[in-house]
Design a protein around this ligand. Structure first.
Ligand code: IPM
Ligand code: MN
Length: 356
């Protein structure tokens, strides 16, 4: 039988990015050996250091190459010596736009053993997925500043959504809820009482699509402010949540802390028909860089999502099970420096378990 071979671009990036990517690759390597597929890795040095050395952020040629991969694994972007936003917009957001990674998939799952800040909530209560739209909203950069530096300065940043963007995101979310087959419930998170143009369109599109194609999926609606309360009080209500880019950014950090924080939260930037990019949700955490204390589990979980998307579902499940074993038996506090193990030791624990 010929071995499945996948072309993977690896972007370790800034700060703790390279450290967590090293552990993710260690685990993926164990999965390759056990499951008999292979990952051909090509590394890209995008990030703060390259920018400081060469002035390049995301060269067009690199972008072109990235399109040709089966998947992209990214560590973190963000450098303390560079104006905030420059690299984030220039690399992360640019990739999301140019590779049309229109879904940001963010599973929220409390693993056994992990300390949860919510009273009386355990793994049986926290297991849902946020489908965050990833190409529109205030992220498009529409807007501007006028009379800058004067007392009359005006700044705008416009929330833009096309029906096309909304429809393709909703379709992905409905399909996801069906495939997940858990509570078969899709909750739209919006703000129809104030954002009466944008979220009215989302809500109309949501019900039109649901009535037409997804009668088997129950529909719910929450305003974004209210959902923040319910995610804390009754996280067990949720199965799949779909929302716009900005609300999705905010509620997924809130969700992340309920599953143990950014040490464990992974995300997939998905183009269902192209190269998708997987990353830990946390940033480059410069203050922890080079100390071997950062938690690599989020990057490892991003690697598992990548395997799942590539179709290596058994391997993906094995990696997730290995992470669950590690949280249940070894690492209970997921915060950097408080794990009781170093970054490399946590990677070793998971990789050994994956190796079987
Ligand atoms: C995220 C991050 C990014 C975002 C930043 C770094 C641009 O917060 O992936 O959630 O806002 O999307
Ligand atoms: Mn964010």
């Amino acid at each position: 039988m010929s071995q499945k071979r996948y072309q993977i671009a690896v972007i370790p990036g800034d700060g703790t990015g390279p450290e967590v990517i090293r552990e993710a690759l260690k685990v993926l390597n164990a999965a390759e050996k056990r499951f008999g597929f292979s990952l051909a890795l090509t590394s890209y040095d995008l990030g703060g250091e390259r920018y400081l050395k060469t002035g390049e952020i995301l060269p067009e040629s690199v972008l072109g190459e990235l399109r040709g991969f089966d998947a992209i694994l990214l560590g973190a972007i963000g450098h303390p010596g560079i104006t905030p936003g420059l690299l984030e917009k220039g690399i992360l957001l640019q990739m999301r736009f140019d590779l049309d990674l229109y879904i940001n998939l963010r599973p929220v799952k409390l693993f056994p053993g992990v300390e949860c800040p919510l009273k009386d909530k355990g793994p049986e209560h926290i297991d849902y997925v946020v489908v965050r739209e990833n190409t529109g909203d205030v992220y498009t950069g529409a807007g501007g500043v006028m009379m800058k530096g004067t007392p009359h300065e005006v700044a705008t940043q416009i929330s833009l959504y096309s029906r096309h963007q909304v429809d393709r995101c909703l379709k992905y979310a409905f399909e996801y809820a069906r495939r997940r087959n858990k509570r078969r419930t899709l909750a739209l998170c919006g703000k129809t009482n104030v954002l009466t143009y944008v979220y009215e369109m989302w809500e109309r599109a949501f019900h039109e699509m649901g009535d037409r194609d997804y009668k088997d999926i129950k529909r719910e609606y929450y305003h974004v402010d209210a959902i923040c309360m319910w995610m804390i009080k009754n996280p067990e209500w949720f199965d799949v949540i779909v929302t716009g880019n900005m609300f999705g950014d905010i509620i997924t950090d809130l969700a992340a802390i309920t599953q143990g924080g950014l040490g464990i939260a992974a995300s997939g930037n998905i183009n269902p028909k192209g190269a998708s990019m997987f990353e830990p949700m946390g940033g480059s955490a410069p203050k922890y860089a080079g100390k071997n204390v950062i938690n690599p589990l989020a990057a490892i979980c991003a690697g598992a999502m990548m395997l799942d998307t590539l179709g290596e579902t058994a391997a993906a499940k094995t990696v997730e099970d290995a992470v669950i074993w590690v949280t249940a038996n070894k690492v209970r506090n997921l915060a950097a420096g408080q794990m009781g193990y170093s970054t490399t030791e946590v990677g070793d624990l998971v990789a050994t378990r994956v190796a079987g």
